[in-house]
Design a protein. Structure first.
Ligand code: NCD
Length: 305
């Protein structure tokens, strides 16, 4: 039985296969509309979500399957004191596959020890978010036609942003990748990502505080929200929340074929005016999330069209 907890649980070949399957699904949706007939996906979301939960549910429905679950810790028995392990043990009696989001790092990993069905990590605290990474990779592949030879700027909350951590890990396995890490000093990437992932793989990188200084070098600009819910005090959040605001004036010096990604939700970090720029990919990215989750569900359940 396969789970997906960390993006590195998948080999480069397996990621390629999932992206190829997602592209096939996009080309011929009807072919896949009954693949999950009779199967159920449970979404166990202990933390808020719009895209991740709804795209998982839409993905299962478009494969002909059904969905059940809860969308907040408050509406589950965790408020009565039930452990994640017990919740998962029980839900794996009702569902064929489980997508779980939890505020505690490692909770989905713990769930794999109790589950009789595949567990997908839909975000665990400030740690990992592997299905957002698959979404990001599919988006880069569709926008750029490749996952190699790219200079990728990651901007915003690199410390707490789990999408950033997972994306850096996944991209570290492709040729010709360079990272430009743009953040306030207080929100730099965690030490373990810098040493264990970037430096260990000899990937060229730089850490800067100014977006304007580097925007012209980038093929991809991955914007992120400052992760309010992970801050220990509100004053720090208020001081840092508007560190970067991408607007049309900053895009003047960017490449003509820059791709701007954002896992969403956005707060202030991308001005609305940017939405009309053809380089803005973030809403296409959200759509890609549904197709790649369809491909992932099929893969973990061992199903073919
Ligand atoms: C991200 C997350 O939950 O980590 N959202 C998402 O899944 N698309 C990013 C965020 O919340 O800022």
């Amino acid at each position: 039985m396969r789970h997906l907890i960390d993006p590195m649980d998948l080999s480069v070949k397996e990621i390629d296969d999932i992206l190829n399957l997602a592209l096939n699904i996009i080309d011929d949706k009807d072919k896949y509309s009954e693949v999950c007939k009779g199967k159920k996906l449970a979404t166990l979301f202990f933390e808020p979500s719009t895209r991740t939960r709804l795209s998982f549910e839409a993905a299962m429905m478009e494969l002909g399957g059904n969905v059940l679950g809860f969308s907040s810790a408050n509406s589950s028995s965790s408020t009565k004191g039930e452990s994640v392990g017990d919740t998962v043990k029980v839900v794996s009696c009702y569902a064929d596959i489980i997508a779980m989001r939890h505020f505690k790092e490692g909770a989905p990993m713990l769930a794999t020890m109790k589950s009789d069905v595949p567990i997908i990590n839909a975000g665990d605290g400030g740690h990992n978010h592997p299905t957002q990474t698959l979404t990001d990779l599919l988006t880069i592949r569709r926008e750029k036609g490749r996952l190699s030879n790219l200079t990728i700027g990651l901007c915003g909350d690199l410390m707490f942003g789990r999408t950033v951590h997972s994306l850096i890990k996944a991209l570290s396995r492709y040729e010709g990748i360079k990272f430009v890490l743009i953040s306030p000093d207080e929100l730099k990437i965690p030490e373990y990502i810098r040493t264990e992932v970037i430096e260990k793989n000899n990937i060229p990188y730089k850490e800067v505080t100014s977006m304007e200084d580097v925007i012209g070098e980038l093929d991809i600009l991955y914007m992120t929200r400052v992760q309010k819910e992970r801050f220990f005090n509100e004053a720090d959040y208020i001081r840092l929340k508007d560190s970067y605001i991408l607007d049309n004036s900053k895009l003047v010096s960017a490449k003509k074929d820059l791709s701007i990604l954002h896992p969403l939700p956005r707060v202030n970090e991308i001005a609305i005016e940017v939405d009309d720029d053809p380089r803005a990919c973030y809403f296409r990215q959200a759509l890609n999330g549904k197709f790649v989750r369809m491909a992932l569900i099929m893969t973990l359940l061992g199903l073919e069209a």
